[in-house]
Design a protein around this ligand. Structure first.
Ligand code: NAD
Ligand code: TDX
Length: 353
C-alpha cells in the first residue's frame, strides 16, 4: 500500500497510542494524524517517543463538535480513518452516561459523516471502527462470542458502543462507505489508564492501598495484550473485507481473582517489602449490572486473515507490571491530577461496601 495517511481518533489514549507505536515502528512510508480531545484519559506523553518524527501530526479536536471536525480536518489529506476515540470506562458510564452517548454515538456519527464526505471525493480507502465484545452482552459459563452473536449490551457504555457499531454498518449498506468493525476483548499493557482493573491493582500494590474486587471476583474477562490487538488491527486494515466485522481475542479467559492473585505474586517478587500483597485484597460492593463473563471466538480472523497472537499471557503480564515499575513518572502525574479528585469523590462510592 502506497502513501498511507491514517487519521487516528483517540490516538493519545491507551489503545490508540499503542496503535500509533505499532504502525510507526513497522511502517516507513506512512503518515499518522492523531486527533484527540485530550480528556482525562488522553495523554500526549503516550506519544512522546515520536514527538520529533515528521510522520506524526497531532490535532486537538473534539469529535462531538461537528463544526470543529469539518473545519480542522478539511485540508488534511487522509486515506484511512482508524476510529478509537471513545469514553471507555464502564464504571464512569454508570455514574454519568451522558458523555458516553455524546462521544461514542454522536462523535462516531460525525466521524462517519466526515468519512462519507471524503469517500464522495474518492479520497478515503477505509473507515476502521474499533469496538468491544461488551456489545454482545454477558455469557454464562459456556460458549464464546462470534461475529454473528446477537447484540445485547447491558451498560450505558456498551449500549453506546453498540449504537455506533450499528451506525457504521448502516453507512456501509446505505452509502457504500468502506468500513470494517473490530470487536475485541479486554486489553492490558503499557499506557493503560490507572482506573482499569490491571493497572489499578499494580499501582495500589505499589502504594500499599487496598485492592477492591467487585462482588465475589468470579467474573470472567478474556485478556488481550494491547500489542497483539494493535497488530491485529493493522492486519485487518490491510487485508480485511469491507462491510465485515472481526472479533479479536486470544482465548485467554481469567476470572478477576486469578488476575489479582497473579499481580500480587509478581509484585511479591518485585516489591518484597509489601509482600504478601494478597493481604490488600478487599471484596467490595458489586458493579451494578456487572456482566458475568466475556469470551471471544477469534476463528474468523485466524482462518480468513491468518492472524496469530505474538505474545503469551505469562510474559505479557510480567512486561506490563515491569512497564509500570519503569514508568513511575507517567502514572504519578496522572494520580496527582484530575483523575485523583474524581476517584476520591464519586467513584469511591462504587467501591465502598
Ligand atoms: P481510553 O479511554 O484510554 O482512550 C480514549 C481516547 O479518546 C482518549 O485519548 C481521549 O482523550 C479520546 N477522546 C475521548 N473523547 C473524545 C472526543 N470527544 N473527541 C476526541 N477524542 C476523544 O480508551 P481505550 O481503552 O484506549 O479504548 C480505545 C477504543 O477501544 C474505544 O473505542 C474502546 O471502546 C475500545 N475498546 C477498549 C477496550 C479496552 O480493554 N480498553 C476493549 C475493547 C474495546
Ligand atoms: O476496581 C475494580 N475492581 C474490579 O473487580 C475494577 C476497576 C474492575 N473490577 C472488575 C470489573 C470487571 O469484571 O474487573 C473486571 C475488569 O474491569 P475493567 O477494567 O473496568 O474493564 P471492563 O469493565 O471489563 O471493560 C474493559 O473491557 C472492555 C474496558 O474498560 C472497555 O472499554 C472495553 O470495551
Amino acid at each position: 500500500m502506497k502513501d498511507r495517511r491514517i487519521l487516528v481518533t483517540g490516538g493519545a489514549g491507551f489503545i490508540g497510542s499503542n496503535f500509533v507505536h505499532t504502525i510507526l515502528e513497522s511502517t516507513e512510508n506512512v503518515s499518522i494524524i492523531v486527533v484527540d480531545k485530550l480528556t482525562y484519559a488522553g495523554n500526549l506523553k503516550n506519544l512522546d517517543k515520536w514527538k520529533n518524527d515528521s510522520r506524526l501530526q497531532f490535532i486537538k479536536l473534539d469529535i462531538t463538535d461537528k463544526t470543529e471536525v469539518f473545519s480542522k480536518l478539511e485540508n488534511i489529506p487522509v486515506t484511512e480513518i482508524a476510529h478509537f476515540a471513545a469514553e471507555s470506562h464502564v464504571d464512569r458510564s454508570i455514574l454519568g452516561p451522558e458523555e458516553f452517548v455524546k462521544t461514542n454515538l454522536m462523535g462516531s456519527f460525525y466521524m462517519l459523516e466526515f468519512a462519507r464526505m471524503l469517500h464522495a471525493q474518492n479520497k478515503l480507502r477505509l473507515f476502521l471502527h474499533v469496538s468491544t465484545d461488551e456489545v454482545f452482552g454477558s455469557l454464562s459459563a459456556e460458549g464464546a462470542f462470534t461475529e454473528t452473536t446477537p447484540y445485547a449490551p447491558n451498560s450505558p457504555y456498551s449500549a453506546s458502543k453498540a449504537g455506533s457499531d450499528h451506525l457504521v454498518r448502516a453507512y456501509f449498506h446505505t452509502y457504500g462507505l468502506p468500513v470494517i468493525t473490530t470487536n475485541c476483548s479486554n486489553n492490558y499493557g503499557p499506557f493503560h489508564f490507572p482506573e482499569k482493573l490491571i493497572p489499578l491493582m499494580i499501582l495500589n500494590c505499589l502504594q500499599g492501598k487496598s485492592l477492591p474486587v467487585y462482588g465475589t471476583g468470579e467474573n470472567v474477562r478474556d485478556w488481550l495484550y494491547v500489542k497483539d490487538h494493535c497488530l491485529a488491527i493493522d492486519l485487518v486494515m490491510r487485508t480485511g473485507k469491507f462491510g465485515e466485522t472481526y472479533n479479536i481475542g486470544t482465548r485467554n479467559e481469567k476470572n478477576n481473582l486469578e488476575i489479582v492473585y497473579k499481580i500480587c505474586e509478581l509484585m511479591d517478587e518485585r516489591n518484597p517489602k509489601g509482600a504478601p500483597h494478597k493481604k490488600l485484597i478487599q471484596f467490595v460492593k458489586d458493579r451494578p449490572g456487572h456482566d458475568f463473563r466475556y469470551a471471544i471466538d477469534p476463528a474468523k480472523i485466524e482462518n480468513e486473515l491468518g492472524w496469530k497472537p505474538k505474545y503469551k499471557f505469562e510474559e505479557a503480564i510480567e512486561q506490563t507490571v515491569d512497564w509500570f515499575l519503569a514508568n513511575r513518572s507517567w502514572w504519578e502525574e496522572i494520580l496527582s491530577g484530575e483523575y485523583n479528585k474524581y476517584y476520591d469523590s464519586q467513584y469511591k462510592e462504587l467501591k465502598d461496601k
